[in-house]
Unconditional design. Structure first.
Length: 160
């Protein structure tokens, strides 16, 4: 939304896991909060297969109004989305921005560069270390539900 997108879709697998449900709820909340600014968002599910992802994308692309940004859960799925959109003639990021909710080392080698969110492994390891140390020392753990806030890594930007 901060980059001017008004139509955003979130693509994730039908069989949702841990953070997927929270991500979906957060997406819905964000879109609801931005509705006054004429932001629309939709959630599109796929079955986790290559064909399923491509079919879900094709349905999305055939819609009357295409999204200008696509958030994708899981890095492997994001790579499939990226390459399928390019195969269909969708220019990234000019026609549609692709943003991966998750990070993976191979995403550094995708062209055009994909925006994504990344959690610092060092910061995460420190959090876990402190919690484990407290358990071993039989000290109370203050946090019961630790949330890790990822950093945004910008991808290629359209400049023309």
């Amino acid at each position: 939304m901060q980059r001017g997108h008004r139509r955003i879709a979130f693509l994730l697998q039908e069989n949702r896991y841990g953070g997927d449900l929270e991500s979906e709820a957060g997406f819905r909340e964000g879109v609801a909060a931005a509705v006054r600014r004429e932001i629309t968002g939709e959630i599109v599910h796929h079955d986790g297969t290559l064909d399923g992802i491509c079919t879900s994308l094709d349905i999305l692309l055939a819609g009357r109004v295409r999204p200008t940004a696509l958030l994708v859960a899981r890095s492997g799925y994001a790579l499939t989305v990226h390459t399928h959109l390019l195969r269909r003639g969708v220019r990234i990021p000019q026609d549609m921005a692709v943003l991966c909710r998750d990070d993976d080392a191979f995403l550094d080698w995708v062209v055009p560069r994909m925006s994504r969110y990344a959690v610092s492994p060092v910061a995460f390891a420190k959090r876990v270390y402190l919690m484990v140390t407290r358990l071993v020392e039989e000290r109370p753990i203050k946090e019961t539900g630790v949330k890790v806030v990822p950093a945004f890594l910008a991808g290629s930007r359209f400049s023309g």
